[in-house]
Design a protein around this ligand. Structure first.
Ligand code: HEM
Length: 484
């Protein structure tokens, strides 16, 4: 058996980070099984009634997005706390609010029958046509609010800590150095990425909170209303920013860990600062690309959505993917298992952005947006981009004290890689053939795509079971280096 201990991981992992990471890994696995149930139902292999399908879809969507936030937060906290003083109490408060929110959300879905989707359209929660009660919808909304409040406090604490050390969050982002041209190469990339996340996530969560509070009030006081188009804008602004921020938090693992394996530092530079500054604006300006089918949207916003779709993400992706390639080129890197996952993440993130840009083009969006093309692109960069960053981070910090079984973990890696690519491509191919998204039952002509997707999902889940068992066992071990 070949074993492996990572190069240097001098700092012990805080118990809170382990709690976040372990919870995230187990929940992701459970949510994958929920996803498989839906995919198998679409494939005609399982008979799931439509109301249950939409309950599963709501659980899977809200569950995956929320838990990606928790996983990303564990990476950000772990590395940011090396540079600034972060509050452990806040870390645990966020966790407590997250769990309370999850309980309310699960209760609303499986007890109350709520099935409005994680990005519901206003006023759907109040118009269930008898499928769920106002109380069930209120429980879902309250659950989302609690989770949002937790992340808001988390971001505010991180923002305060950066301000105390660097003067302001904008200085943390490196804006002063970008404008003055005086680049301090010892400024940590982690602080730059965290500053961006703090800015966009705070604004995103606040706008989500507005629509959630109005929706909650409207459930019991129907005369209290909001313009549905404004509500949709607020919901998609929040949803787009939150899910993107999970990637921007997780990419910190690439900045911090790939250099450890390659034996070279990852230094900030002017293009690096410029990319992160641009991404801060673009990630907030691009959300109208989710509303290209809404003919009532002001045309300039739609045009903005299309143009920024071409630009958004690209700067950071370019500096990160290109930076990662430069870092490993001729570095003599020994492709240990965590490094493999981190590099796969670069591929998944870059690959998933391409179909997203295609869908961001108005003329294409008109025919593709309500098809499986969309789950195809976001599963590509979440499954092959985001999750590998989290897994690479998890395997790195947990193998510092107990070696990994390299052959076994490599097998899981390649299984996951093959399964996840096939799974995402099956979605994209279905979209290409105009198979609609969010349909509980599929026509026989569409089922070949669903069946390939289901088989690929089984492969992903098998690999994930292997990874999660290895990770959780190590996290639970007493001698694994832990700080309070
Ligand atoms: C084995 C892994 C997975 C399987 C089998 C799976 C399956 C599915 C299926 C069947 C759908 C519904 C597609 C439709 O008809 O529109 C879906 C939607 C979704 N999935 Fe996954 N998925 C997996 C992994 C993930 C991951 C890793 C994430 C995020 C980190 C994720 C996030 C989502 C989201 C946000 C939706 C949209 C829900 C909605 O439309 O409201 N999934 N998934």
């Amino acid at each position: 058996m070949t074993t492996y201990l990572p190069p240097v991981e001098s700092k012990d992992t805080s118990f809170g980070v382990k709690l976040y990471l372990g919870t995230s890994m187990v929940v992701v696995l459970l949510m994958m099984v929920v996803g498989l149930l839906m995919r198998a139902a679409q494939a005609g292999w399982l008979d799931i009634p439509a109301d249950i399908f939409y309950q599963l879809m709501t659980t899977h969507g809200a569950g995956m997005v929320g838990i990606s936030g928790l996983a990303g937060a564990s990476i950000m906290w772990h590395f940011l706390s090396r540079h600034v003083h972060l509050s452990r109490t806040v870390l645990y408060i966020n966790y407590g609010l997250f769990l309370s929110g999850v309980v309310l959300i699960l209760g609303s879905i499986f007890w109350g029958g709520y099935a409005g989707g994680w990005t519901f359209l206003w006023p759907l929660p109040a118009k269930s046509m008898g499928l769920w009660s106002a109380d069930a919808a209120a429980s879902f909304i309250l659950g989302l609010l609690l989770i949002g409040v937790g992340f808001l406090i988390f971001n505010l604490d991180a923002g305060l800590a950066i301000t105390r050390r660097y003067g302001s969050v904008l200085r943390g982002l490196g804006l002063d150095q970008l404008l003055s041209g005086e680049i301090r190469s010892d400024h940590p990339p982690t602080v730059v990425a965290s500053s961006m996340v703090i800015i966009v996530n705070t604004l995103g969560i606040l706008s989500g909170a507005v629509v959630l509070v109005v929706t909650l009030a409207n459930l019991y006081f129907p005369e209290l209303v909001i313009n549905p188009l404004l509500a949709k804008n607020l919901i998609y602004f929040f949803g787009h920013v939150f899910i993107n921020a999970t990637i921007y938090m997780s990419v910190i693992a690439v900045y911090e860990l790939l250099p450890v394996y390659a034996g070279r530092p990852w230094k900030v530079s002017r293009p690096f600062y410029a990319a992160w500054a641009a991404a801060t604006v673009f990630v907030m300006a691009v959300y109208p690309h989710h509303l290209l089918l809404d003919a009532v949207m002001p045309a300039p916003l739609l045009v903005l959505g299309q143009i920024v779709s071409y630009l958004s993400g690209i700067p950071v992706l370019l500096v990160t993917a290109y930076g990662a390639l430069l870092l490993v080129y001729r570095s003599g890197i020994q492709w240990q298992v965590p490094a493999l996952w981190l590099m796969l993440a670069m591929f998944g993130w870059a690959g998933g952005v391409i179909p997203a840009i295609v869908d961001g083009t108005i003329q294409i969006n008109k025919v593709m947006h309500n098809t499986m093309w969309v789950p195809g692109h976001f599963h590509f960069y979440l499954l092959i981009g985001l999750l590998p960053m989290v897994i690479g981070f998890g395997l790195h910090i947990t193998s510092a004290h107990k070696a990994l079984n390299v052959q076994v973990q490599r097998t899981f890696f390649f299984l996951y890689f093959a399964g996840a690519v096939a799974f995402s491509v099956a979605f994209l191919a279905g979209g290409w053939a105009s198979v609609p998204r969010r349909w509980a039952q599929h026509w026989p002509e569409w089922m070949a795509y669903d069946q390939v997707g289901s088989l690929a999902a089984i492969v992903v889940i098998i690999a994930m079971v292997g990874v999660v068992i290895a990770l959780v066992r190590r996290l639970l071990e007493r001698n694994h280096g832990t700080t309070a």
